[in-house]
Design a protein around this ligand. Structure first.
Ligand code: SAM
Ligand code: SF4
Ligand code: SF4
Length: 333
């Protein structure tokens, strides 16, 4: 029996954070100055091992999970990540993907593809170097991300490109991005800037609503809506009327989709979270390292899921963004 939560939602997607470290300092995620201090990262022994992760993934698959996304932090910073991909790719019927800032993708793409990865999401917020460098805050140039995308595509990985849009920072470039990726086969998706974590100083005024993004692109390259591919898909999809591909918008703030949210997340140290905005997780590592059987793990996760009542984005206000919660780089975006 697959569990459903208190709002009738099944568990279909699992996001696994494989590291809390990152080599970028995107201001909307891991701003450089957090209360004047640098980040304190987990020790290696705190991280779930690949063996533990495979075990957990198989248990989740048994609970109804059909899709796993590897994320972080920057997942490609986890040493020999391809070995984890190799293990997870053997789970039958599982759609496996990975989200990366692409800084190491040119080096890693072939090994990931060989290990069994079929698709990948690359984050790129602007094609303008000055804007992008200001956003990643480590002077990382656009060309190296584009090289990573090319290397991934060359090895046969399907690529989606994700851009977080922040008003007054990179919103002037959305039409340029659409122009660049039209006709490449890489779907471009725009994500509304969210109040994740507690360090990015989020304000509602910084959010560019998805409808406005669609309007701007539609004025340059006419679009028409298309159906979502499956229940729980977060992106609203549009295709170019001239047949040059499609874009997606993720309207987590202006049009929340909690009602269909079928996602669970595990942090790199093995805590299970049932919402991106949760304050507390359940310690799966303690169970794993304490000798729990697969059935015991299964039951423990099923109990957590059955109690789930999360719908943060539907009840969000400027005030709720002051609540305690974990950082996105920790929980996995
Ligand atoms: N480091 C990888 C990357 O950037 O692709 C994976 C982890 S990152 C936390 C996952 C995704 O979350 C990225 O696409 C990033 O742009 C997005 N993200 C981070 N902070 C966000 C925020 N405040 N609002 C919306 N999306 C955010
Ligand atoms: Fe790193 Fe990704 Fe967060 Fe940027 S969004 S700081 S690349 S984890
Ligand atoms: Fe899912 Fe929580 Fe986001 Fe709502 S706010 S869509 S419940 S992760």
């Amino acid at each position: 029996m697959h569990p459903v939560d208190t709002l009738g939602r099944p568990i279909r997607d699992l996001r696994i954070s494989v590291t809390d470290r990152c080599n970028f300092r995107c201001a909307y995620c891991m701003p450089k100055t957090v209360f004047g201090q640098d980040y304190r990262f987990m020790d290696r022994k705190e991280l779930l091992t690949f063996e533990e992760l495979e075990r957990v993934a198989r248990v989740f698959a048994g609970l109804g999970v059909e899709k796993i996304r590897l994320t972080g932090g920057e997942p490609l910073l986890r040493k020999e990540l391809e070995h984890l991909v190799e293990r997870l790719a053997t789970i039958e019927g599982l759609d496996l993907t990975l989200t990366t800032n692409a800084s190491l993708l040119a080096k890693k793409a072939a090994a990931l593809r060989e290990a069994g990865l079929r698709r990948i999401n690359v984050s790129l917020d602007s094609l303008d170097d000055a804007t992008f460098m200001a956003m990643n805050d480590v002077q990382f140039p656009v060309t190296r991300v584009l090289d990573g995308i090319q290397a991934a595509a060359d090895t046969g990985l399907a690529v989606k490109v994700n851009a977080v849009v922040k008003r007054g920072v990179n919103d002037a470039g959305v039409v340029d991005m659409a122009r660049y990726f039209r006709g490449t086969g890489h779907t471009l998706r725009f994500i509304e800037y969210m109040d994740v974590g507690t360090t990015n100083g989020w304000r509602l005024d910084d959010v560019v609503p998805a409808a406005e993004i669609v309007e701007r692109i539609d004025a340059a390259f006419p679009l028409e809506p298309i159906d979502r591919a499956y229940r729980g898909e977060v992106a609203e999809r549009y295709r170019y009327v001239d047949g040059e591909g499609e874009i997606g918008v993720i309207a987590s703030v202006s049009k929340p989709f909690c009602g269909d949210c079928t996602r669970a997340r595990i942090s790199a140290e093995g805590k299970l979270y049932t919402c991106l905005f949760a304050a507390r997780g359940t310690d799966l590592r303690a169970l794993l390292r304490g000798g729990a059987t697969d059935d015991e793990l299964h039951d423990a996760i099923a109990v957590v899921w059955a109690r789930r009542a999360d719908r943060y984005s539907e009840i969000r206000t400027e005030r709720t963004s002051e609540r305690t919660r974990v950082e996105m780089s920790y929980i996995g975006g």
